[in-house]
Write a new protein. Structure first.
Length: 321
């Protein structure tokens, strides 16, 4: 029997992209997802054969290239929606790419465009969760969404996105693989907010974590942005990206880097200025990280590279693209 698998990042953009797709294509599909920093998820796709379908949402092609080529070589048809740096899209008859690396693109919006806006409310949740409020606001306004609806969709997107950050499923409010089926029950995300208690559970945890993050130590502050350090704790592992997004929203003309200790080094989350959303991937890639123009990260910045990273961050010329 032909298998169909949906493989996605467990953040708001990835999960909302899959929800849109499955509201349109209701055939049974297996979900493969993980926490925010579990990027190389195509490695988990095994026991497939020629004719199977794999849909990929919001996963770096650069980080999954070897397994993508493996699947294509096995005769699997791969449909790939993403907005991260690709390092070049392979040319293969079995690959259907929908990739846009522009700073105003995200995976949920790529799926929305492909489906003709059929499930736009979920696309907006994904875009808001990916810290693309201005882009989402414009799309929502053009589609007739009221300001109150936009505020609710933004809140849900930010909560789903926050819920994906941790090093271990035991430290999140609910693992993304268990959150997705709750989301998929609803054609309209506003109904999810009205009927699923987990939304308020996530919100309570997020508020508590953000209160603690407000005391982050400032390692560097200058005219173009700041670098802050959180302690290593379960709450800081959850709130790292959410706190970076909060800082970006509060000071949209500045760049922000938030770090926390991890092993022999640091995990880093970088946000380009919202008014000049270009340069985050280029900066992080110099230190073994990756991402996209407006937001990127480094999974393991060596302690010896910390000063060099701060200097590079301070020297970065952020641009509109």
């Amino acid at each position: 029997m032909t298998r169909c698998l949906d493989v996605c990042n467990g953040d708001a953009d990835g999960l909302c992209a899959v929800v849109q797709w499955r509201l349109e294509d209701t055939r049974p599909a297996e979900l493969v997802t993980g926490l925010k920093r579990e990027i190389a998820l195509l490695a988990r796709v095994v026991d497939v054969q020629a004719g199977d379908q794999v849909n990929v949402f919001d996963l770096s092609m650069l980080r999954n290239r070897a397994d993508l080529l493996r699947l294509l070589g096995q005769g699997v048809h791969v449909r790939y929606f993403d907005h991260h740096a690709t390092g070049g899209v392979p040319s293969h008859p079995g690959l259907e790419p929908h990739v846009d690396e522009a700073s105003d693109a995200c995976t949920s919006l790529l799926v929305d465009a492909h489906l003709g806006g059929a499930h736009r409310a979920w696309a907006l949740v994904g875009a808001y969760g990916d810290n693309m409020a201005s882009v989402a606001d414009r799309l929502a306004s053009g589609a007739g969404f009221e300001p109150g609806d936009c505020a609710a969709l933004r809140r849900l997107g930010e909560l789903i996105n926050y819920n994906a950050y941790a090093e271990d499923e035991r430290n999140v409010c609910i693992p993304p693989r268990l959150l997705y089926p709750l989301m998929a029950r609803y054609a309209d995300p506003r109904d999810m907010m009205a009927h699923e208690p987990i939304v308020e559970d996530i919100d309570g945890m997020r508020r508590s974590d953000l209160r603690q993050a407000a005391g982050a130590a400032v390692l560097w502050q200058g005219p173009t942005g700041s670098v802050r350090m959180l302690p290593d704790a379960p709450w800081s592992r959850r709130v790292l990206g959410c706190f970076a997004n909060r800082l970006a929203g509060e000071a949209p003309d500045l760049a922000h880097a938030v770090l926390r200790p991890a092993g022999e080094g640091h995990v880093v989350s970088v946000r380009a200025p919202l008014v000049h959303p270009h340069g985050a991937h280029a900066l992080c890639s110099r230190f073994g990280g990756a991402g996209r123009a407006r937001a990127a990260g480094i999974d393991s910045l060596g302690t010896g590279d910390l000063a060099r990273f701060i200097a590079a961050f301070a020297a970065t010329r952020w641009s509109p693209g």
